[in-house]
Design a protein around this ligand. Structure first.
Ligand code: ATP
Ligand code: MG
Length: 410
């Protein structure tokens, strides 16, 4: 089984923008005159209603009428992160760096550990994404959505303060080697199921919310490996009335974005389901959505491996060898069937997220071959050895990979 894996080095998936005139290097540039509705902090123009949820299967989720956020001063965040010291960096994305910080909170008997995202002044995606994050995430509450605690808006400084997610991103755990033990099949299923619940919650809102950036790096894990979706900078409302889609500039991440969206800019709620299918395929195979260092014909994971999902023998070969002995054949087949549905070429062929959640619950209920399972596996026999190269298509992410920095803090 091990020898069917390409030995080529992997690279990160990249963000893209079709707006070629935008500042090079920004991952998700927003061009002028964009789609943003221009709501103000604390306003409720992005989310309607007070409860906002039309589906009662989300007892733990709610949409607040107004963002419930604390306003932090810049000096407070500066001291929380030791003046944004390099060794507090948890990672870096298109918006800027993310720092680990400790907020002095004498009333609560000590410091509160937080993650502080600081806008890089050169980032073109900044202000609008920042605003969208505040407006959406500031009002959304669900166990599988990361908690935005507050923000800072002072002079040219834009910062966001989140709950600290101790285990970092799912991307780190699946693709990074080194100190990370591979996640077991059971843990992968639990994580992807939680992420599916988060997405289903967004889609269940009275005014549906399209997340638009579903990918492994945006699924963060808390100390108990509970997954939470982060990054609502690209989120937007779904179509109104009888419309099936909204038309937007194409913005998102290569390898995860749905084909109809990339080719036409038509964004459906089901475009999120495609991105979900890509992450599901990544979980099953342990391979990145996009990797230009794989041999020709294998760069795009979906194009390369989708045909294998219908063939039992091939399926066994494409499963991550680090999972060997952990999953039942039935579980793998059902996961492959679900992945195929999510990756349907046309949006209407893809299942709604609620159905995806139900299917994953069924797969999770099938006990794997191993009876006792921990979150990480000690199976390292088959680990592929890859070097990690950032893609030239995403120059913002320099060779000093942000997530490599993150490892040193954990
Ligand atoms: N709340 C948090 N707690 C702990 N680590 C975090 C938190 N938020 C972000 N990080 C770390 O910072 C990294 C960078 O996050 P960020 O969202 O800025 O970029 P990204 O998701 O990699 O790329 P993109 O800009 O395309 O979304 C994450 O992958 C994660 O490792
Ligand atoms: Mg992110």
């Amino acid at each position: 089984m091990g020898n069917c894996w390409p030995s080529a080095a992997r690279v990160d998936n990249k963000s893209f923008s079709t707006n070629r005139t935008s500042t090079p290097g920004t991952s998700k540039n927003i061009s002028s005159g964009g789609e943003f509705s221009g709501s103000s902090v604390g306003g409720d123009s992005l989310l309607s209603g007070t409860s906002g949820i039309r589906d009662f299967s989300f007892p733990n989720g709610q949409i607040l009428p107004t963002p419930n956020l604390r306003i932090y001063s810049f000096s407070e965040l500066k001291s929380a992160t030791k003046n944004f010291k390099n060794d507090t960096v948890l990672g870096e994305g298109g918006f800027g760096k993310v720092y680990k910080g400790v907020i002095d909170d004498k009333n609560n008997g000590g410091g509160q550990v937080v993650a502080v995202k600081k806008l890089n002044p050169e980032s073109m995606q900044g202000v609008e994404e920042w605003q969208s994050e505040v407006d959406f995430l500031g009002r959304l509450s669900h166990p599988n959505l990361v908690k935005l605690l507050g923000y800072c808006l002072e002079d040219q400084e834009l910062l966001l303060v989140y709950e600290y997610m101790q285990k970092g991103s799912l991307e780190n755990h699946i693709f990074r080697k080194g100190s990370f033990q591979p996640l077991t099949w059971g843990a992968r299923l639990r994580i992807i199921l939680g992420a599916a619940r988060g997405l289903a919650f967004l889609h269940s809102a009275e005014k549906e919310i399209i997340y638009r950036d579903f990918k492994a790096s945006n699924i963060l894990l808390d100390g108990n490996y509970i997954p939470k979706l982060s990054d609502f900078g690209l989120a937007r409302h779904g179509p109104e009335g009888s419309a099936s889609h909204v038309t937007t500039r194409v913005i998102g991440t290569y390898g995860y974005a749905a084909p109809e969206y990339v080719s036409t800019g038509h964004l459906y709620v089901k475009s999120d389901v495609y991105g979900f299918g890509v992450v599901l395929l990544e979980m099953m195979t342990g391979l990145r959505a996009l990797d230009p260092n794989r041999p020709t014909g294998q760069h795009n994971l979906v194009d390369w491996l989708k045909p294998s999902l219908t063939d039992r023998r091939k399926l066994k070969r494409i499963m991550d060898p680090r999972l060997e002995g952990q999953y039942s054949v039935k579980g793998a087949i059902q996961a492959a069937e679900l992945t195929l549905k999510c990756l349907g070429t046309e949006p209407r062929m893809r299942p709604p997220m609620k159905e995806v959640v139900e299917s994953l619950e069924q797969i999770e209920a099938l006990k794997g071959r191993t009876t006792k399972e921990s979150t990480t596996s000690m199976h390292t026999r088959h680990v592929h050895h890859h070097t990690h190269h950032r893609s030239p298509l995403h120059p913002k992410y320099g060779s000093t990979s942000t997530n490599t920095v993150a490892q040193t803090l954990k």
